[in-house]
Unconditional design. Structure first.
Length: 338
C-alpha cells in the first residue's frame, strides 16, 4: 500500500510551522523521511508473523477466523505497526479476549497443535466414558471436546459443560435444542439420582430444577445444585413432619424412617415392598403420625393396616383364613359342625 503524497505534504508543512523550522529543501527532506518511517503502512498480513509466534496452532486461520475468536480490538492492535513489541503486548492484555479468557484457556490457545490434540483426545475419552447415553453426534463430540479441553474442565465442571451443551444453552452450543438429547438427559442416571434423593424426603423435583442442577443454572432466580435440592427436600419434610426433625437432622430421610413400616405393611398386606410407596399414595404417610400424636408405633401401625379398609387387608389370605376360622368356631358353637 503506497504512502499518500498529499498526507505527507500536509505533515511536512505542519511540522515546519510547529517546530518553527526554516522552509528549506534539506528540512523538508528530513521531515519526509520521518513521516515515511512512522507512517509507512504495514503489509496487510504483517500481523500474522506475530500471531503465528504466539499462537502456532492457529497459524492457518484466516483473518476473519482470528477476528471472530480473539475480537476486533485484538486485531486492531496486531495491525498497528506504530507500536513497539512491548507496547503491543501490554495493550493486547487489555483486550476483550484477554480479560475474558481464563489462564487455562489462554494456555491452550498458545499450545502447539500436537499438545492441543492430546488434550482434546483426553477430553473426548472422558465425555464418551461417562456420558455415552446422551446421544452426542460426532460433530457434537468434536465441538464439546475442544470446549472442555480448552477450559481444562474435569469433575463437576466437565459434567456441567456436557449438560449445558445437551440442553443447547446459547453459550455452550451453536445449534437449537435437540429434544431427543434433552429427553436422554432427563431420563439419565444423574437426573434420576437427583430425583431419587429428593423423593426420599417426599419431594418431587421438576424437570426445570433438574436441568438447572445439572447445568449449574438458575431456577426461579436461585442457583441450583444437587446439594441445594437435597436441602430444599429436607426443609419440606421437616415442615410437613416437624416431630421428625431430629431424625432428619441426624441424617435419616423419610424413606429411611418408613423402611420398617413398609416391611410390616408388606408382610401384613401380602404385598411386594415395591408396591408400597408413600410418595405415590398418601395413605402410607399415616405411619409418620402428626405433631400432636407423634410417630406411629409399629403395633398401632399393624392395627391400622388391618382396620382401615383403604389398605385392603380384608382381601388378604390371612383375612380370609381368619374369617373362615371364625365361621367354623361359630358353627361348632351352635352345633352345626362337629
Amino acid at each position: 500500500m503506497a504512502i499518500s503524497a498529499a498526507d505527507q505534504k500536509t505533515f511536512v508543512d505542519a511540522q515546519i510551522l510547529a517546530r518553527k523550522l526554516k522552509d528549506t529543501p534539506a528540512n523538508r527532506k528530513l521531515l519526509r523521511a520521518e513521516y515515511q518511517k512512522t507512517a509507512k503502512p504495514a503489509d496487510d498480513m504483517a500481523w500474522m508473523e506475530i500471531f503465528r509466534k504466539d499462537y502456532p496452532s492457529y497459524s492457518d486461520w484466516t483473518t476473519s477466523a482470528v477476528t471472530e475468536h480473539f475480537g476486533q480490538d485484538f486485531m486492531d492492535i496486531l495491525n498497528d505497526a506504530s507500536l513497539s513489541p512491548e507496547e503491543q503486548q501490554r495493550r493486547l492484555k487489555s483486550t476483550k479476549y484477554f480479560t475474558a479468557a481464563s489462564d487455562k484457556q489462554y494456555k491452550f490457545d498458545t499450545e502447539r497443535t500436537g499438545v492441543q490434540q492430546e488434550l482434546i483426545a483426553t477430553a473426548r475419552r472422558a465425555i464418551t466414558t461417562d456420558y455415552a447415553d446422551i446421544g452426542l453426534s460426532e460433530t457434537d463430540l468434536a465441538d464439546l471436546s475442544k470446549t472442555v479441553a480448552r477450559s481444562g474442565l474435569t469433575g463437576t465442571g466437565l459434567k456441567q459443560a456436557v449438560y449445558q451443551y445437551a440442553f443447547r444453552r446459547a453459550a455452550a452450543a451453536p445449534m437449537a435444542t435437540d429434544t431427543k438429547m434433552v429427553t436422554n438427559v432427563l431420563q439419565g442416571a444423574d437426573a434420576d439420582a437427583l430425583r431419587q434423593n429428593a423423593r426420599a424426603y417426599g419431594y418431587a423435583v421438576s424437570d426445570a430444577e433438574v436441568q438447572a442442577a445439572l447445568t449449574g443454572g438458575m431456577y426461579n432466580g436461585v442457583a441450583v445444585s444437587s446439594e441445594s435440592i437435597l436441602q430444599k427436600a429436607q426443609k419440606a419434610a421437616k415442615g410437613a413432619y416437624s416431630h421428625l426433625s431430629d431424625q432428619i437432622d441426624a441424617g435419616l430421610s423419610l424413606s429411611d424412617i418408613f423402611e420398617n413400616y413398609k416391611r410390616y405393611a408388606a408382610n401384613v398386606l401380602e404385598l411386594d415392598e415395591s408396591q408400597i410407596d408413600f410418595t405415590k399414595d398418601p395413605k402410607w404417610q399415616s405411619a409418620f403420625g402428626t405433631k400432636e400424636s407423634g410417630q406411629m408405633g409399629l403395633g398401632d401401625w399393624v392395627t391400622k393396616l388391618k382396620s382401615d379398609e383403604s389398605f385392603g387387608w380384608q382381601f388378604t389370605k390371612q383375612a380370609n383364613q381368619q374369617a373362615t376360622d371364625i365361621g367354623l368356631t361359630l358353627a361348632r358353637a351352635f352345633g352345626k359342625v362337629k
